[in-house]
Design a protein around this ligand. Structure first.
Ligand code: HEM
Length: 169
């Protein structure tokens, strides 16, 4: 359908915009979390705590959802059922894991009773570079990666009966 094809550049613009916000947020949040130090004083602590909470809840998480939703739509519209895309999705899963870890630290540092030290941001930020650079290399170079090897029995009909009735057309 032509209107679906016309939608592609708009969806791609949404995708790139949202992933810029998402990845930018993933760099900013560990730095903001490292400022959760009682030594900065009550007023500054409240300010950074609120800013981090709102950034995660109202900007970074919705951007992640929209980046993933627009990317998923683009897979079907552009019909990119190719190996580099599946490799990209593995690295996107690592990005989502990082996102969840940031949320876990946010709650542990600012909302749990007892004293919790926020982690030093250097190692997490270096680790974050790995999936982001891998994704950008894959999506921009679109390399020919060959077929994903699957065992033969997964690729051919087995002729077995399902253990339940399925509706027939
Ligand atoms: C579940 C998450 C994601 C899915 C399903 C997805 C899927 C897609 C698809 C199908 C395209 C269009 C490719 C084409 O037109 O050939 C695309 C473009 C793109 N994606 Fe993603 N993506 C996801 C997350 C990300 C992330 C996290 C990044 C970066 C860190 C990213 C970076 C890009 C870029 C830069 C483009 C434009 C590439 C071009 O037009 O040449 N994507 N994505």
């Amino acid at each position: 359908m032509s209107w679906l094809t016309a939608l592609i550049p708009h969806l791609k613009a949404v995708h790139v915009g949202m992933l810029l916000l998402w990845c930018g947020g993933l760099f900013a949040l560990p730095l903001m979390l490292s400022r959760h130090d009682p030594a900065i004083g009550q007023a500054d602590y409240s300010r950074i705590r609120r800013a981090t909470h709102y950034a995660y809840t109202y900007f970074v998480t919705p951007s992640a959802v929209l980046a993933i939703a627009s990317g998923t739509a683009l897979i079907f519209l552009r019909e990119v059922f190719v190996t580099w895309m599946f490799a990209k999705l593995v690295f996107v899963a690592l990005l989502v894991t990082f996102h969840v870890w940031v949320g876990y630290v946010l709650v542990a540092v600012a909302e749990r009773e007892g004293s919790h030290q926020s982690p030093n941001p250097v190692v997490p930020l270096l680790l974050l570079l790995v999936p982001i650079l891998a994704i950008l290399s894959l999506v921009l170079a679109k390399p020919e990666l060959g077929e994903i090897p699957v065992p033969g029995w997964l690729a051919e009909p087995r002729g077995n009966q399902l253990p339940f009735d399925v509706p027939r057309r």
